[in-house]
Ligand binder design. Sequence first.
Ligand SMILES: C[S@@+](CC[C@H](N)C(=O)[O-])C[C@H]1O[C@@H](n2cnc3c(N)ncnc32)[C@H](O)[C@@H]1O
Length: 215
Amino acid sequence: MSATEQAIRASEKDGGPSTYSSFAKDYDEHLEKIEWAAPQSIVTKWMEHYSPESLQTQATASGRKHRVLDAGCGTGLVGEYMGTVFPMDNVELYGGDITPEMLEEVKAKKGNAGYADLQVINLKKELPYEEEFFDSIVSSGVFYVGHCGPDCLPNIFRVLKKGGLLITTSRKVFYEETKEGWDKHIKECNCTLLEVCDIPYHTLAKGISLVIKKN
Ligand SMILES: C[S@@+](CC[C@H](N)C(=O)[O-])C[C@H]1O[C@@H](n2cnc3c(N)ncnc32)[C@H](O)[C@@H]1O
């Protein structure tokens, strides 16, 4: 088994700081080896719902930028990619992750990889943001075995505005195994699952994206 595969397998056993603190420095390099495509996939999906024009209109009406949370931002690959394909003038990007060493990697990148705010957060607990603070939330590579499950959804939905979207990846098999939990929390939080579809993910597993709207 290659070092990359070993690192991925270790994260499936424990997807928290005890794995990612030592993985952080080599994370981007390892993930490139398995053609990590989830950050690109999730930004592409987000762009199907938000355009520079719609965010300009929103900014004019609200007097502020569109606030996006990248939940479990890791080393900031979502922010880095978003900044290359979307004009960020009307976007305020927040990044949160449970592993401080991953956030240090974001801070070592040019312009904090586009993040205006970076915080240690635990998606399994109440998040340190006001209720309905975010206009949209994205998450890449966080919902799978050893990491986060659908029990984190209420914490995420609490900080999402009504009408806002959570656009997240999951591993296909993990979603199928935990679907009951997704359905339960989506319903209980008065949200609607708009779409589930296959996405480019990485060479060791199949991934999907979910688009969930807070009603
Ligand atoms: C596979 S990495 C994905 C990182 C980044 N989003 C990407 O696409 O490259 C998974 C990330 O989830 C974070 N994580 C795991 N459990 C978490 C939790 N309960 N709350 C917040 N972040 C968590 C890990 O620290 C790690 O940075």
